[in-house]
Ligand binder design. Structure first.
Ligand SMILES: [Zn+2]
Length: 52
C-alpha cells in the first residue's frame, strides 16, 4: 500500500475511477488510493438517488 489522498479527491466520480473505501477519495490512479474500489456506472447511479 502506498499513499492515499486522505479524502481529497483528484477527480470526479466516473466509471473506471477508483474510490477509497476508507476515506472516500476518488482518483484515476489506483496507486493514489489506500483501499481502492473501482467505480462502475451502477455505483454512480446509486449514489445520485437519495435513499434513506
Ligand atoms: Zn484512502
Amino acid at each position: 500500500m502506498g499513499s492515499c489522498l486522505k479524502g481529497k479527491s483528484e477527480t470526479k466520480k466516473h466509471p473506471g475511477a477508483f474510490l477509497c473505501e476508507k476515506c472516500g477519495a476518488v482518483s484515476d490512479k489506483k496507486k493514489h488510493i489506500c483501499d481502492p474500489c473501482k467505480l462502475k456506472k451502477k455505483d454512480l447511479d446509486k449514489g445520485k438517488k437519495k435513499k434513506k
